[in-house]
Design a protein around this ligand. Structure first.
Ligand code: SAM
Length: 287
């Protein structure tokens, strides 16, 4: 019987006396069909090396290992490592790493494993640390083919928001700057043990080629932060009273070059508008 069933999951947890750690976002999947749908949405094939973040007791890892060439599963909770070693002992293409994903050097890991293509990341992410994990994957240097993750619906809505929406914000701009993002499926709380209070959404990021230098990226994120930091103000006011320290004249000039109306607000701008403003500031500030 697969791990991803209510009975098997409860039996494993009882057998090892594992107490679910809420602080580590431990809500385990107990529905094999949902896992199959996530893996199908991720486009995992037998050619792929999958990086799974937070395998838990191995519910998704087991099914991933049936579809992929290899699965590297990174789990922070040391109490889960002996459980994973036992529950997954019948599979020979899984490597379990006991580590905090935020501290793991993925570029180094990729070289050590001699991987020529990027990882496909697949995860039911711990909700307490969703955004830092996504941003570190998108901003890191490790070649990543795609990232398919289950996250809290509210966070997915922010990432997938269109401009002029209330939830369109710095996270939307940051994610869409680095990747094309699409929704894969909605998931109700009933397929987890224990049940979370919120609904979930699975989304896939396909990273874009990075066209920005480190300096440009820093300036762009500074602009995004200042603009959304005071999102009810016009751009003229938010950008001239933020951390970047631009004067009103500098902001007026840059917005003029970028062709953006200074009375617009952050939520009215596309990613391309933000890039245009960044380019304009780069030109005018250098003068
Ligand atoms: N994949 C399993 C499933 O779907 O049933 C478990 C998912 S559970 C939502 C999140 C898992 O991530 C937990 O096993 C938790 O211990 C682990 N985790 C939490 N923070 C982590 C981190 N920083 N690095 C690696 N794993 C982490």
């Amino acid at each position: 019987m697969r791990i991803a069933t209510p009975t098997r999951t409860r039996t494993i947890l009882n057998e090892y006396g594992h107490r679910m750690r809420k602080s580590l976002g431990q809500n385990f999947l107990i529905d094999g069909n949902i896992i199959e749908n996530i893996i199908e949405g991720a486009g995992v094939t037998i050619e792929d090396t999958v990086l799974e973040i937070g395998p838990g007791i191995g519910s998704m890892t087991e099914i991933l290992s049936e579809k992929a060439k290899k699965v590297i599963a990174v789990e922070i909770d040391k109490n889960l490592i002996p459980i994973l070693e036992k529950t997954l002992e019948h599979r020979d293409n899984i490597e379990i790493i006991h580590q905090d994903i935020l501290k793991l050097d993925l570029e180094k890991l990729q070289k050590e494993k001699g991987l020529e293509t990027g990882f496909k990341v697949v995860a039911n992410l711990p909700y307490y640390v969703t955004t830092p994990i996504i941003m570190s994957l998108l901003e890191g240097n490790a070649p990543i083919h795609s990232i398919t993750v289950m996250i809290q619906k509210e966070v997915a809505d922010r990432i997938l928001a269109s401009k002029d929406c209330k939830v369109y914000g710095a996270l939307t701009v940051a994610c869409n700057l680095y990747a094309d993002v699409r929704e894969v499926l909605s998931v109700p709380p009933t397929v987890f043990l224990p049940r979370p209070k919120v609904s979930s959404t699975v989304i896939t990021f396909t990273p874009k080629a990075n066209q920005l230098t480190t300096g440009e990226r820093k300036l762009l994120f500074g602009i995004v932060k200042d603009a959304f930091g005071k999102r009810r103000k016009t751009l003229l006011n938010s950008l001239s009273s933020g951390d970047l320290g631009f004067s009103k004249d500098q902001v007026r000039e840059a917005l003029g070059i970028a062709g953006v109306d200074p009375i617009k607000r952050a939520e009215n701008l596309t990613i391309e508008d933000f890039k245009g403003i960044m380019n304009a500031f780069s030109q005018t500030v250098k003068k």
